[in-house]
Unconditional design. Structure first.
Length: 158
């Protein structure tokens, strides 16, 4: 059995904008995000501004983004945001790194650090029902399907 990739998460910085913009404008990555279409430049810039804002973590809507790196090279983004019911976790993997276990390693790193960042053990995730790979990734790490709302499956870490 191959070793899982060694992933490090660090806070997202303005210098990471080009890497994120490349993923956000790639239809393979955005297929299961939002309306399923690549993001336009305005949307990308709005989301980046919000990610860099650093609202107080106890404020609903506050988010923290993390750049996932392997051997100091970017491989993905982990997004976390404060919701009424807990902290939502999401992840985007660069298509250049698909099929290598990167998403699982990113999620493992997120599960190890995000609860302490927010001071909350209530972790949530929303997944397009067609994204079976992501659903399996979550359930293997203890998330359970909770509800289906507005076209998305909602998972809770138990």
């Amino acid at each position: 059995m191959p070793c899982p990739p060694s992933i490090t998460l660090r806070p997202f910085q303005e210098a990471d904008t080009a890497f994120f913009a490349g993923m956000a404008s790639d239809e393979r990555v955005t297929r299961y995000i939002g309306d399923g279409r690549p993001w336009d430049e305005q949307t990308i810039q709005e989301r980046i501004r919000a990610a860099l804002q650093e609202d107080p973590l106890d404020q609903v809507g506050a988010s923290r983004w993390f750049l996932a790196t392997e051997a100091n090279a970017p491989v993905g983004i982990v997004v976390s945001s404060c919701k009424d019911a807990g902290v939502e976790v999401g992840y985007w993997v660069s298509p250049d790194h698909w099929g290598r276990g990167i998403a699982g390693a990113m999620l493992d790193a997120a599960l190890a650090s995000i609860p302490d960042t927010y001071g909350s053990r209530n972790l949530l995730a929303r997944v397009d029902p067609a994204n079976a790979v992501s659903a399996k990734l979550l359930t293997r790490r203890g998330f359970q399907l909770d509800t289906h709302v507005e076209g998305l499956d909602h998972y809770t870490l138990v």
